[in-house]
Ligand binder design. Sequence first.
Ligand code: NDP
Length: 476
Amino acid sequence: APAQIGVTGLAVMGRNLARNLARHGFTVALHNRTHARTESLVAEHGDEGTFVPSERLEDFVASLERPRAIIVMVKAGGPTDAVVDELVPLLDEGDIVIDCGNAHFADTRRREQALSEHGLHFVGAGVSGGEVGALEGPSIMPGGSAQSYEKLGPIFESIAAQVDGTPCCVHVGPDGAGHFVKMVHNGIEYADMQLIAEAYDLLRSGLGAAPAQIADTFREWNSGDLESFLIEITADVLAHTDAATGEAFVDVVLDQAEQKGTGRWTVQNALELGVPITGIAEATFARSLSGHAEQRAAAAQAFATPAEEGFADDPQAFTDDVRKALYASKVVAYAQGFDHIAAGSDEYGWDVDPGAMATIWRGGCIIRAKFLDRIREAYDDQPDLPTLLVAPYFAAAVQDGVDSWRRVVAAAARAGIPTPAFSSSLAYFDALRRPRLPAALIQGLRDNFGAHTYRRVDRDGTFHTEWSQDLVEHEA
Ligand code: NDP
């Protein structure tokens, strides 16, 4: 029988996705540029389901039922274009090419446009969950045409993670919508991880707690509102002892965080759309800063540690403050991420349903967390929510944590412990909530030096003051 779906690109991710599909009863066509990978997949896992391997791309395409559905799981960028270009002449109208790699959504829009001119569907699908997720159930964020989802939906929804019987997969929207949402997902992941790292640093440097103790604290936190995959694995990583040295694992790891670029994409796009995703931006820059080893060494030598290091008066109370500050900051990070999705959806005409995104992030993906249920409920109750921060549940959580948040950020500043994500999230919250901002002064300065004009609180219109002529004001 012809295969129902094909996978080309059988490195870690493609291999595991193909196995996941086969385990769910789909007949899976296989192809990889280097045929040895295909052979090893069939040799090692051929008994998990029905695979149809092909060495040549032509044979792979011919082995598929029509309309064909072909997952491309190769290195993002040039390799994806190369594979798509090879595929297009072999395909027929109505066939679907699905890029499950980490593509930039603008590339996906370009590819979708190009393939639609050939009568083909191009679907950019974000896949989160790493290699384990790909095998056992990822969160899948497919974009592309609604028509393509008629074929893909049942397949993807059956291999995706399931939470309370609901699959972690939904049609996100046209063309690049899926990859855009995956990008923002990764941005939120950056913010979430930076916040966790700052919480750890506060307990470690502020209270002098040992990594194993902090692991216990995170494990405890994981039984409350903060319950999430990242909090859970934080406890595991902190509890881990390095086999070679017997030291805490976290102490033998070089403290320079790397990145593959999705955080940077998120921030770049947010700057273009004018969405203040300050938490994600701080998290991305914090990783960059950590890598500037020479500057760090020079500054460490030039400046002493603040005298007031440590604040162990009441460790339990401080730990509780950190937990609340972490939760409030996390709410800000998600509020900003969802704002970003809304702005992208408006800009590119995608009509993305934010509640549905919270739903498909509940399982399979790296930012899976209990509180995503709350986000979905917030958008169910009020689809035009101006910001997640004012949804009743989150407003109450932030209100409950705000004093702790201020104490933590103030203590960190006094002790010289950098908390860019905690601090900027609090600043974002305060800026949003303040009735007036010093932006009025900025408008005055802009009018003074550049005649950029300003609006007034008491009258409609645009005004300019002749700063050199006795301050005459007139309508611009
Ligand atoms: P890699 O990104 O390492 O890519 C390796 C695969 O790409 C191999 O199958 C390789 O074929 C193929 N390839 C590279 N260049 C070409 C080319 N010019 N023509 C044809 N095939 C080519 O594999 P991963 O499995 O790690 O990731 C696949 C995709 O999934 C990437 O886009 C990645 O960003 C994304 N992703 C990865 C995650 C992860 O946790 N690793 C998580 C989510 C998404 P060959 O065997 O012949 O070299």
